[in-house]
Design a protein around this ligand. Sequence first.
Ligand SMILES: [Zn+2]
Ligand SMILES: [Zn+2]
Length: 472
Amino acid sequence: MNHCKTLACRNFGLSDKKYYLLQETDPSRPGLVCRECGAFPPLLDNRALLEEVFRTKQQDSANLAACSNHDCSSFGKPVLTHRELYHAFGYSGEKQRYRCKECQSTFVDKWSNANPKLEIQQRLLGLVFTGHAVREICRKLAINPKTFYDHLAQIALRCRNKLAAVDARFVQLCDSTPLAATIAPLQPNSKNGVNWLATGDANFGYVLQQSLNYSADEDKPVTFSATQKHSRLMPDDFVAPSEVPAPTPQVLLDKVNAKYSDVLSRQNVEDPFTKAIDVNYPAVGSLVRPQYTTYAHFMRLVEATAHWETVTLYLPQEPLLRSAVVSVFKDRMLGKSCHPVYVVQNAYWHKPDESAPVDIMLLSWWRDRWAFTKSGEGNKAICHLGRETDNERHWLECASTEQLERYQSRFHQCFKSVIDEPRRRLRPGGLLPLLDIYRAWNNLCHQDSNGITPAQALGLARKPYSLADLLS
Ligand SMILES: [Zn+2]
Ligand SMILES: [Zn+2]
């Protein structure tokens, strides 16, 4: 992943060291300088990146029925998405048993029986979704908080199991769907450094992948040993800001420029935490440097979309996402079959006005090519990161991250009392199951004003799922 990330540069995507100078003036922060364009792509530890890919994959699919023989080529490949690798092999009690065609080992699908706790879990979920605090729910159901979180973890596993099959259909059938990605703090009032990255279909808001730069099972690195070996994990050595941040400008062009200045105030443009920032480090687990989580997130998207003809991805203006996308989709970028597009708009944007002019501007050090337009009080701007020209009106009309933004803000509203629970603020791990449940609910249960769920709109489900359907 260490190469020039300037699309217009001859060295884009080339990793041979002869194209770069190694900057060693500050030994704690070695850096590359591109001999061609002078860009300074931040260094990334490729091995640490693979660890992060492995960690996030484990988190998402470790509990799905799959071959568990480490020496087998089918290891960890879920039955749900790799039917061809397994035979159904009778039952164990009520649960389906499978045999691996490759190594002949057998295993049981834990989630194939009827849910014996359906009734209480349905009531619990109903209370969580209507904004009740954990304490109230425990009182109403006469359970203790530990039991509450145990139920939540089990529900999450069932939801994940339900979704895995629909996700597989999404990847297979929706190969011309534009995607959007957004990033937001998981707990906006906690300032605990955990960011939540979500990617899904841009039109209806079917969410395919989400990642957190937080690992509940690892310990935070001790500051003084934050060397190569620990470079994936973030130590607790943030510098608090000395001045109050300037308010966000109202005019869209000023807003875009302000974002670029903010980005250039980072020591590492791909890491929003390398500037003065307030972070209350989580009490357990470790924060992961966001570039590792982000690159890993999009590497998994590359795998999922390998057979797609083109991949379109709408993004907020954020070099962390841009660098990851152009790096992992390097070949597609060169073949022009990937369209990453920055999109920003004000609150009044509704739809484009065909007669309004489109102003082209080259902005910041990167000379990013932006197109601005307005429609009444509404303002919108896009920037095609592959430097495509002559198609601005199309992107101004279609590009949008609104569905994904709404997905994240709905989570913050809906689960406010759980998210802001004092004990939970520095223990984000407890929210992981909730995120899985929420994604399943969003994709399969949540209906728009016409009574249609994202899965239905994309032809992946015939009707909305009820909470009981999710849990059964
Ligand atoms: Zn270059
Ligand atoms: Zn096997």
